[in-house]
Write a protein that binds this ligand. Sequence first.
Ligand code: FAD
Length: 370
Amino acid sequence: QQMIVIGAGILGASTAYHLAKAGFKVTVIDRQDAGQATEAAAGIVCPWLSQRRNKAWYQLAKGGAKYYQQLIPALEAETDQDTGYKKVGAISLHHDETKLEKMIDRAIKRREDAPEIGEIKNYNQEETRDAFPPLSQDFQSVYVSGAARVDGRKLRKALLKAAELYGADIIHGEAFLVSENGQLEGVKVNGELLHADKIIVTAGVWARELLEPIGLNFQVSAQKAQIAHLHIPDADTSEWSVVQPPTNHYLLSFEDGKVVVGATHEDEHPFNTNVTAGGVLEVLSKALTVAPGLQAATLVETKVGFRPYTPGFLPVIGQVPGYEKLYAANGLGASGLTSGPYLGAQLAKLVSGEELDIDIALYNIKDAFR
Ligand code: FAD
């Protein structure tokens, strides 16, 4: 069977990889838009300490974090690519002892069915700073060893490379859906009409404009995020833990002195990738308040990405109503690097008629069509 995947952020790249690995003929079409969420993402994989109570969201994020244990070794064996994944642990900061205790209780409870959380420790001020040296002195934290960071760009690249090794074709270009009398004919790209048995839309915030011409109103909204990349010369940042301050901002590091701090949550924005004065001010001032040791770091660049949200802030997956051959998944929001590889694996199972590991009724795609 021939499958076409439109959109190769983390979700489409994972779907294509799993389909190609299962032996399908796969064509991936990607436009690599500026503002692709996967390219801009911070890369924190640590869903367990979140206070969000939505069970469907948590199941997917938890499953996503766990799935990395299986995916990364497989990808490393299949390609010679760096996946950008490393388990460095996370520290969740607080000044307030009771809040910290509650966080520990929540983590211990959640570990009962998520042993991948690993060790859970109460860090005093000194231990907290050892985990991320630029921090101010006055925080204590909860440390969980199972948390990881992942470079979305590298992981996406590794997934696409592996998909290619399994025979997938990757086309750079803009895809258009072609339908006639309510029937999906195929996909047009670079002037050519391609036919397929199944067409899969994983186009992030751009899925609405892709589906509109065939008469569908897909409710995906874009939340703009600005995120700053800093550099500290001569620092060994490779093992620093991910930092989750009490606000909705975060700090994390990669190899070679790279530190990433972010991000803004802009619901009112023109759909453009401009870096704004207000955005940079917000991410830097929040980061420097918790980590004054970053004052002298070089500001290398500020990236912009669009988080895709579907109704209820819950991802959706399924067959597109009215079009038998058409499938989609979307709405990964702020946790798509965590859940995206896993949801892509599930989407591949769905289109190939295999049994899923998730209950897709919880992520009903019909909720996103009105
Ligand atoms: P995208 O990555 O946006 O990919 C969509 C792709 O579809 C694009 O490449 C686009 O060009 C292509 N496309 C669209 N239309 C067409 C067309 N017509 N033809 C061809 N191609 C098309 N998640 C975490 O788990 N942890 C984090 O720490 C984290 N941090 C984040 C920080 C920022 C600043 C942002 C923006 C997001 C963050 N996320 C994080 C969330 C995560 O990045 C997203 O949820 C995820 O990347 C969404 O992936 P996607 O594949 O659905 O969309």
